[in-house]
Design a protein around this ligand. Sequence first.
Ligand SMILES: Cc1ncc(C[n+]2csc(CCOP(=O)(O)OP(=O)(O)O)c2C)c(N)n1
Length: 678
Amino acid sequence: MTAPALSCIANRPDVSHAEMANAIRFLAIDAVERAKSGHPGMPMGMADVATVLFSHFLKFDPDDPAWPDRDRFVLSAGHGSMLLYALLYLTGYEGVTLDELRSFRQWGSKTPGHPEYGHTPGVETTTGPLGQGIATAVGMALAERLMNARFGDEFVDHHTYVMAGDGCLMEGLSHEAISLAGHLKLSRLIVLFDDNEISIDGSTSLSCSDDQLARFRASGWSACRIDGHDPAAIAVAIEQARQSDRPSLIACRTLIGFGAPNRQGSEKAHGAPLGAEEVEKTREALNWPHAPFEVPDGVLDAWREAGVRGRGARRAWIERTRRVNSVPRSAFHDALNRNLSCGYADAMAQIRQRFGADRPTIATRQASQLVIDSIAEALPNLLGGSADLTHSNLTKAKTHRVVRPDAFDGGYVHYGVREHAMAAAMNGIALHGGFIPYGGTFLTFADYSRPAIRLAALMGIRVVHVMTHDSIGLGEDGPTHQPVEHLAALRAIPNLLVFRPADAVETSEAWDCALRAQVSPSVLCLSRQAIPAFRDAGETNLVASGAYVVVEPDGGRDVTLIATGSEVTIALRAARLLAADYVRAAVVSAPCFELFRQQSCEYQAAVLGRVPRIGVEAAVEGNWPRWLGDGGEFVGMTGFGASAPAEVLYREFGITAEAVATKALQCIARSRMATTYS
Ligand SMILES: Cc1ncc(C[n+]2csc(CCOP(=O)(O)OP(=O)(O)O)c2C)c(N)n1
C-alpha cells in the first residue's frame, strides 16, 4: 500500500506529499517504538492533514515561535504528541532535535508524553485531557478577534487551527466550547477533526452516534467532511474554511495507524508501539526503506522549506507595524507584555486607601466590584466575564462594553452557563496574549471548571477566577450552592493561588496579588454576605504575605486564632470574649495559604506563635492541621450545609465566636496539662 502520491501541492517537485507525510509517520512510529510507549495511530492517521496545513497554510516561523501574529496550532488530541514533535523538528524549531525525538517521553527531554506549554518551543498550550485543547483554542480565537478590533489587521490577523479527535468531541466541554464559538462567530477558528471512528475501546459506534456535522452546524459552524488522506481535498477544505464567516469544522475521514497493515483502522494502533514486525511491514507498505529516525535529505529539505515559508510574513509584519505611529504600537506591545499599565498601580492604591479610610461593611464580592470599577479604565487589557452570574458575581465594570459577534472591541464576555468552557477559554485568552482574563461563577461550581483551572496552574498562566458565594454564609440557596470542600480541593492544586479575603481592604490586596502573579492562576473566593472592615490600608499589601497578625495581645499570647474570609470577624469576636476571661488571644488572618507557605520559617513561626492554635473557616478541615499543629483545633464544617438564613446556619453548625472561645480554652487547658506532666 502507498499513501496518495499527490505531489501537486508539495513544496518541491522532487518530493511528494506522501514522502513528507511519511516523514511524520515514521518519526512517530520510531519514537514510540524506542520509548516503548506512546500513541502512533493518531500521527499516522493525521499526517496527511498536518502536512497540508503546515506546508501550505499555517503562518508560522520557527525562528520566532512567539511572533504575535502567528497562526495558533492546537493539538487537542494531545496523546498524538509525536505528530507535533515531528512537525516541530521537521520545520526547524530550535531545540527540537532528532535527539529529542529519540528521547520521547524520557526524563528531561523536550518531548514529554503530552505537549506541554512552556516546555517545548512551538507548543501553544498543554493538551492531553481531552476536550481542553479545542476549548482553549476558542479562547485563542476570541483573543485574536478582540486584539484585531483594538489594533487592526496590521497587527493582528491570524487563524487558530485545532486538531481534535473523537474523544475531544465526546467530552461535554466540547459542547460548551463549540456553542460559544458559534455564537461569537469566531470565523478564524478551524477545527480539523480526526474522524477515524476509533477510540480506545474500539469503534466509536460502541458509545456514540452523533452526527458531528449536524451538531456543529446547529451551533452556527460551517462543516464539511473530506477524505483526510487526499491532500487536494484537504487543501480545498482549509481554503474554504478560511473564507467562511463562521467557525469551521473539517471532518477528515482517516484511518488510525494509516499504513500499518495489521493495525490500521483498529484501536490496536491507538496507544501502543506497533512492534518490530509491524514496523517492518509498515515500512514496506509505505515504501519507506529508511532506518529509524532517518529522514532523507530531500524530504527534510522540503520540510525545512515549509518551515521558512512564514519568514517573509513575519518580516513584513515587523516592517508594517514599525511604520505605524508609535502610540498604537506601544499600546500593542504593552498589551502583549505581561506588565501592568502605569495607571494601574495608582488606581489600585486609591481604592485600597479609600477602603481603609471608609472601612465599609460590605460583602467582599461588592468590594471586588468596586476594585474592578476602579482599575478597569487604567487596565484596558483586563477582560472580564461571568458564566451567567454577572449580577451575583459583580464582575462587570461600569465602563465595560459587552463583547458581541459584531463588537469585539468590548471588554466583557457573557460566557453563558458554561463554566468549564469559560475557564478553558480564559486559558486560551491568556496564552494568546494581550489580555488578563477574569471570569466569575459561584465557588461551588469550581468543580465544573476544575480541569481547566488545573491546566492553568500546570502551565503557569495568569488567569483570575472570581468565585463568589464562598460558604454557608450565602444562606437560603442551601447545600447545593454552599461550598464546603471546594477551598480544600482548590488548595490541593499546585501553583494555584487561592485567596479568601476578609474585608474590603484585603479584597483589593488579593486582586493586586492576583494581577501581579505572572506565573500562577488565582481564585478569589468572595462572600455574598456583608463583612465589617477591620483594618487600615497602611503602606504594605499584607495579603501578599499570605497570613499576618491582625491582633497581637499585650504581654504575650495564650492562643492564636487563625481564620480566613468572613470568619476573621468571628475570630476577632472570640478574642474579645477570651480577653474578658483574661486569656490573651492573637488573631491571624490567612487569606492565602500558598503565599504564606512561601514566607520564611521565621515569619511563619512569628505569625503562628508557639501556643495552641485554633483554625476557623466555614468549610471542611482539609489541610488546616498543617498550620494548627498537634495541639490545634479546627472550627468549621464537617459535612454539607443546609438551607436557612446565614446567621442560623453559623449558629447551628457551631461556627461562632463562643464556640471558638470554648475550643481555645480547652486547648489551652490541654496544653498546660501536657506541660505540667511532661
Ligand atoms: C478527559 C480525558 N479522558 C480520558 C483520556 C484518556 N484517553 C486518551 S486518548 C483516549 C481516546 C481518544 O479517542 P480519539 O480521540 O478518537 O483518539 P484516537 O483513538 O483516534 O487517537 C482516551 C479515552 C484523556 N486523555 N482525557
